[in-house]
Design a binder for this molecule. Structure first.
Ligand code: KG4
Ligand code: ZN
Length: 373
């Protein structure tokens, strides 16, 4: 039996979770979305302070919920990057303190890998797998040979898919983060497949580039200024009612549907190409905040079916940032014999995460049981 604490403070969610043998025991999450929404994006300084304020009470709450004591922990698993440096440092300080005080192993976790392992908290899946990570900061495809061996196949050269949604939402005067608004509004109209381009697909590259799509939206709205939501309403039902009353719902919904289709199609084209490069894959895993998008889910489930692969799409609660995925990824590493010392460093966005584990004896079994190679 292995009991792991997960700590997630890489962006604007403060989260702690306990995972035992690959199963979630309990989780506590404090979101900062409201604090940052005022500014239209995450303010790093504010995020660090909010993490520091939230972590103590969350830990007390989690231990009280479960009756677990820190002395019972086998591993303290912490998101060590990529993320906002100041925010990561808050979580890492707690992790180091706990590991030092209890003797539990310290395991630094790549936040992006954790997103791709998250669906296993719901149901285990078969390796090797192809991973598509689509979040606010990243769009990447990975060859996943095992829960602890990932290789990047493609990455975005500029904006991430989530950023493409958020910036389009801003152009349309929809609240931040706008991905969900575009998704829900888009479900109220038919998409026009010709309205937006499928960016950076006329090449052999596995990489993505979404900045041209964002510009296409800016140009489209500049040519049709009446499309912008008239007021910044952040309750979706109220927004839909307001738009309907003004007769502005259909044209805006159509733009949202068409834009969503362009993003989903682009993801399908590049993922299909990554699968051609990794024919050994048995599963297609889609993770990150944008994996919550209804059209993205349907499109990639369709691609997996076409290729005879298991489509692995996490339930919505596991798509966005959480600590359960950090504890799970950490447990996989811990069982495989990977640990960090107190010299573990945080890695900000844009820098490569080093493979700097200390090796110890692996524990028998594994979170993915006989499925792991
Ligand atoms: O993975 P995530 O929670 O945070 C990180 O970036 O790590 O992803 C957040 C992103 C935001 O850009 C948000 O707009 C997008 O996921 N998102 C969506 C949907 N729900 C969240 N994008 C499109 N459709 C959605 N339903
Ligand atoms: Zn994330």
């Amino acid at each position: 039996m292995t009991l792991c604490l997960g700590i997630e403070t890489s962006c604007d969610e403060t989260a702690l979770a306990l995972v035992r043998d690959g199963k979630l025991l309990a989780q506590r999450i404090a979101t900062q979305v409201d604090a940052h929404a005022l500014f239209g994006g995450v303010v790093p300084e504010l995020a660090s302070r909010e993490h520091l304020r939230a972590l103590g009470p969350l830990l007390d709450g989690l231990l009280a919920d479960t009756g677990v004591t820190p002395a019972e922990l086998d591993a303290v698993c912490v998101a060590r990057g990529p993320g906002l440096l100041g925010s990561l440092l808050v979580g890492m300080s707690l992790a180091k303190g706990l590991a030092l005080a209890t003797g539990a192993a310290l395991v630094g976790v790549n936040h992006l890998w954790a997103h791709l392992l998250a669906p296993a908290l719901d149901r285990p899946f078969a390796f090797p797998a192809l991973g598509l990570l689509v979040s606010g900061g990243h769009t990447q495809t990975y060859r996943m040979d095992s829960p602890v061996a990932f290789t990047t196949l493609g990455r975005t050269l500029d904006d991430a898919a989530g950023e493409a949604f958020d910036k389009a939402a801003k152009t349309l005067n929809l609240p931040y983060p706008g991905g969900r608004f575009i998704d829900v509004l888009g479900q109220l109209a038919e998409a026009d497949p010709g309205m937006f381009p499928r960016p950076y697909v006329a090449n052999d590259s596995l990489d993505f580039s979404f900045s041209g799509l964002k510009t296409a939206m800016v140009n489209h709205v500049a040519a049709n200024p009446g499309l912008r939501a008239p007021a910044l309403v952040d309750d979706l039902d109220a927004l839909v009612a307001d738009l309907r009353a003004r007769g502005a719902l259909e044209p805006l919904a159509r733009v949202c549907a068409s834009y969503t289709l362009a993003v989903a199609d682009t993801l399908r084209i590049k993922t299909a190409r990554a699968l051609d490069a990794f024919p050994q894959a048995r599963s297609l895993v889609v993770a990150g905040g944008v994996a919550a998008n209804s059209v993205v889910r349907r499109t990639l489930a369709g691609l997996a079916a076409e290729r005879g692969l298991a489509a692995v799409l996490p339930p919505l609660a596991l798509c966005t940032d959480n600590a359960a995925m950090i504890a799970l990824a950490g447990e996989c590493l811990f069982r495989a014999g990977y640990r960090h010392g107190l010299d573990l460093e945080a890695v900000p966005r844009g820098r490569r995460i080093p493979w700097d584990y200390r090796r110890t004896e692996p524990c028998p079994g594994g979170v993915f049981g006989e499925l792991a190679p």
